[in-house]
Design a binder for this molecule. Structure first.
Ligand code: ATP
Ligand code: MG
Length: 428
């Protein structure tokens, strides 16, 4: 790859997070390449490549299952044509090509601006990144306030990457983060969702979560959850139920990633919003809704508020709603009616969800254990077990209670839900 660029007469380097992580002896996630060849020139050198992006034009070169990102050295957006800045200082377009040094200066953090030259195994450092790696310091390049204003997501990146590397954030960078964090309120929800995913699906989710709370940034990603965690903290100096639940879900995600097991954002996001959904559903039940209806409507209330901040693609929000709405059924349904749930395509996720809740809620323990056992035995024994299926009433009351009219309405609704679980809200 680099050889072919060299042979074409271009200089090229490994750069970014891959170099940083390799220097820290962490497993690099990917390597990016920076070169003085233009995107079109790179494109013509590699048949298996395509030019992507508008805000940043890049070339993706496909190697089997891997995609390598090749970026042309860029200069400061103010120094030429091809850049565009909004009235609030945000960079809208950043396609001004320049020298390697200029390229280094427009990267975000010093430790992210190290260039590795494979020809002679040297690291090129224009910004003191090597010293910061040595000292474990995370620092923005250039004027920190200006750099955060240009792209407020850098505030979140700082929190995330400092958590990943377990670095301290340098004081001026920290001050600039506090001063500009409010600009995150105006970021496109899709970009914030992308950042949230990186935050919690990189294998260091618990650390990211704690950094976000320490730096008071969590609310820019999950405002409803943040408000609830704050209330919990005011009520008691012990870690509250919701915080513990979220931490456990994040720890679970981290350990799955460590073991190379698949993870889905739906599971984590379902936990992030569970407190709000649960509370809302309980209120709706007081107005006479059945648990399933109440949970479904609670999703209609809670999700749109979250979607204003981070987008959540429907392929994740739909399973979130299914996981939620299976909770009362797993808890309440008597034995003769609950075995069919094993066939539900969200059973596994909903069961995992219940088990995690049960860790912090004694009223759920027997039911969670029952569901664990029932999966381990054969059909005859399953039938036997149904006789003593625990029916949990602590959250959703007695099963099947509620006005008759409502129950009929629920049946109709459940029919629709099965076909299109996300159909409850047209807003997603
Ligand atoms: P990760 O370990 O999450 O991949 P990373 O530093 O590699 O971290 P990427 O989003 O993969 O993060 O970005 C690759 C490189 O591109 C960064 O190291 C940095 O040099 C540059 N970069 C990414 N995002 C920005 C940004 N918002 N502003 C300036 N430079 C950026
Ligand atoms: Mg990277």
């Amino acid at each position: 790859m680099l050889e072919r660029l060299h042979a074409g007469g271009y200089s090229s380097y490994l750069v970014g997070g891959g170099v940083r992580d390799a220097l820290l002896e962490l497993q690099p996630k990917d390597f990016d390449i920076a070169t003085d060849a233009s995107p079109e020139e790179v494109r013509s050198l590699f048949r298996n490549s395509r030019i992507i992006g508008r805000r940043f034009r890049l070339v993706h070169v496909v190697f089997g299952r891997d995609i390598i990102e090749v970026a042309t050295f860029r200069a400061d957006h103010a120094s030429g044509k091809g850049g565009e800045t909004g009235s609030d200082g945000r960079i809208l377009r950043d396609n001004v090509y320049g020298s390697i040094e200029e390229d280094a200066l427009r990267r975000d953090f010093t430790v992210n601006a190290l260039y590795f030259n494979i020809e002679d195994n040297t690291v090129v450092d224009f910004v003191g990144g090597l010293d910061d790696i040595e000292d474990g310091v995370f620092r923005l390049i250039g004027n920190p306030v200006q750099r955060c204003e240009e792209d407020p997501v850098r505030v979140l990146r700082a929190a995330r990457l400092a958590a990943k590397l377990q670095f301290d954030i340098e004081q001026d960078t920290l001050d600039a983060m506090f001063d500009t964090a409010h600009m995150l309120e105006n970021m496109p929800p899709a970009r914030l969702f992308e950042e949230a995913l990186k935050m919690f699906h990189g294998g260091y989710a618990v650390r990211s979560f704690h950094r976000l709370l320490e730096l008071d940034l969590f609310g820019y990603l999950f405002p409803q959850t943040n408000a609830r965690l704050r209330d919990e903290m005011v009520e008691s100096d012990q870690p509250g139920y919701e915080k513990q639940l979220i931490e456990a879900a994040l720890a679970n995600t981290d350990s799955r990633i460590l073991q190379d097991l698949p993870v889905t954002p739906a599971y984590l996001l379902a936990f992030m919003q569970w407190g709000a959904v649960y509370e809302c559903a309980r209120k709706l039940m007081q107005k006479g809704l059945t648990p399933s209806d109440a949970i479904w409507h609670a999703g209609d209330v809670v999700l749109p508020l979250q979607l204003r901040v981070t987008s959540i693609p429907k392929r994740f929000s739909a399973p979130m709603r299914e996981i939620w709405s299976l909770q009362p059924r797993l808890e309440q349904l008597p034995g003769n009616r609950c075995l069919a749930l094993l066939e539900n395509r969200r059973f596994r996720a909903a069961y995992d969800f219940l088990c995690l809740r049960a860790r912090f809620d004694d009223t759920l323990k027997d039911a969670a254990e029952w569901w664990t056992r029932v999966q381990e035995v054969d059909a005859t024994e399953q039938e036997q077990m149904c006789k003593d299926k625990p029916v949990v009433t602590s959250h959703w009351g007695e099963p099947g209670k509620g006005p008759k009219r409502k129950r009929r309405a629920r049946r109709g609704r459940a029919g629709r839900d099965r076909k299109s679980p996300g159909s409850g809200s047209g807003k997603q």
